[in-house]
Design a protein around this ligand. Structure first.
Ligand SMILES: [Zn+2]
Ligand SMILES: [Zn+2]
Length: 162
């Protein structure tokens, strides 16, 4: 099982993602705007499973007057262009998973107490899944593995004693 976060320095990773985003926008005949750039940049810098509300709050540190609709539209664009995937980890909130340069096979481990989300990628597990599906003559369209568990973080409210 390998950790999904790349070892690339944050600045390089963000610059690369932004460049790819701009390229996509250009291909689609869409203009990049300063506000949209800041929103996309913060989304890539944070690199979390963030909600639109959380991103609005963060972006307002840099663009105090940014509106929810602008942030929401930018997230939608990031999804349409393949830079983010909307997810619901069982709490009814839509979270946006940054997937640029990431193995699309990755799965999630979610703490039921503090909602911390860990990513993991297990090639053996993926192989088994492929085999299970192929044995039954199915073709996978989508895979969704979410493990709801208790983490052992110091700060986790319901941390099991040990
Ligand atoms: Zn993820
Ligand atoms: Zn926890």
């Amino acid at each position: 099982m390998s950790d999904q976060k790349s070892k690339q320095p944050v600045d390089d990773r963000v610059a690369e993602a932004l460049e790819a985003f701009h390229e996509r926008l250009q291909e689609e005949g869409l203009k990049s705007t300063r506000q949209r750039d800041i929103i996309a940049e913060r989304f890539f810098v944070l690199d979390e499973h963030i909600t639109a509300d959380e991103l609005v709050e963060d972006v307002r540190n840099y663009q105090p007057r940014v509106g929810y609709a602008t942030v929401y539209r930018t997230l939608k664009l990031l999804v349409e262009q393949g830079f983010a995937v909307p997810k619901d980890f069982g709490d009814g909130q839509t979270r946006y998973d940054p997937v640029h340069n990431q193995d699309p096979q990755h799965d999630h481990l979610i703490c039921v107490d503090c909602r911390k989300i860990m990513e993991f990628n297990d090639p053996e597990l993926n192989e088994r899944i492929q085999a299970i599906v192929a044995d039954r003559n199915y073709t996978i369209r989508r895979k969704k593995i979410e493990l709801y568990a208790e983490c052992d973080d110091e700060s986790c409210p319901n941390r099991p004693e040990g």
